[in-house]
Design a protein around this ligand. Structure first.
Ligand code: FE2
Length: 243
């Protein structure tokens, strides 16, 4: 199964060039061979949480030849995201979290909500760090326990590992929640990989034998780290091939 991972498009009414960055990623996703089965966007879809930014993102995602699924990042406004992307099945109006399992592919896709209470207002105030409370952890456990016969790929916005290459390596408010997350995964053997964004750079580790991969952002102007001109300007999609 081939999955394409997008992250951090940061669509902004003030930065129309990011629409072009997003469109370039969609074009690349549509062009790869063999074709992918699905696209997952791991959040920071919008930069300021405005309704119009989600409408723009939706219009661009509709150009994909394959289905796509989204979750929230700290810059997203959960309510506006839900209002735009609610499909009544995976994302539903009134849901407290945007966290769900897609069962329609050979690999099950589990999409997690790591956004904290203050980070989902679309404003730059408050912490941009993640949370993974006991309610979300219990929901994750129920999704894992529902089917142990197929591999699972987990997608989330915040990186659940110590990113040693950056000034603040811990991207969650409470690191104990990340430790509980990894303890839970250790009890289930079907997790094939964890894919995230948020840190705006490529990084990867393995914890408990599970590969965890963070990708840099679709928005070219927000990429971090030492980059060549090509790395700073090319469309970024992460192609994940799982058996
Ligand atoms: Fe971001």
């Amino acid at each position: 199964m081939r999955i394409i991972h997008f992250s951090d498009s940061h669509i902004s009414q003030d930065k129309p060039e990011r629409d072009k960055d997003f469109e370039a990623c969609v074009h690349r996703a549509n062009s790869i061979s063999p074709p992918a089965d699905v696209v997952i966007h791991t959040g920071d879809i919008s930069h300021d949480g405005h309704r119009q930014e989600y409408a723009t993102a939706q219009k661009i995602l509709e150009k994909l030849n394959i289905p796509s699924f989204v979750i929230a990042g700290n810059r997203d406004n959960r309510t506006e995201l839900i209002n735009t992307f609610a499909d009544g099945q995976y994302i539903r109006r009134g849901d407290k979290f945007i966290q769900y399992c897609v069962n329609e592919f050979p690999v099950r896709l589990i999409l997690l909500d790591t956004v904290n209470a203050s980070g989902n207002t679309g404003s730059a105030s408050g912490s941009n760090k993640g949370r993974f409370c006991s309610e979300r952890l219990a929901h994750l456990e129920s999704m894992l326990a529902a089917d142990s016969s197929r591999p699972v790929a987990i997608f989330m916005h915040h990186s659940p590992f110590e990113a040693t290459a950056i000034p603040d390596p811990f991207q969650f408010e409470r690191w104990q929640e990340v430790e509980r997350f990894h303890e839970l995964l250790a009890a289930y053997k079907q997790v094939a990989g964890i894919y995230c964004g948020h840190i705006h750079r490529n990084a990867g580790v393995a914890i408990g034998g599970i590969r965890i991969q963070a990708i840099t952002c679709m928005a070219c102007d927000l990429r971090k780290g030492e980059l060549t001109d090509k790395e700073r300007s090319e469309p970024v999609i992460n192609v994940i091939d799982l058996p």
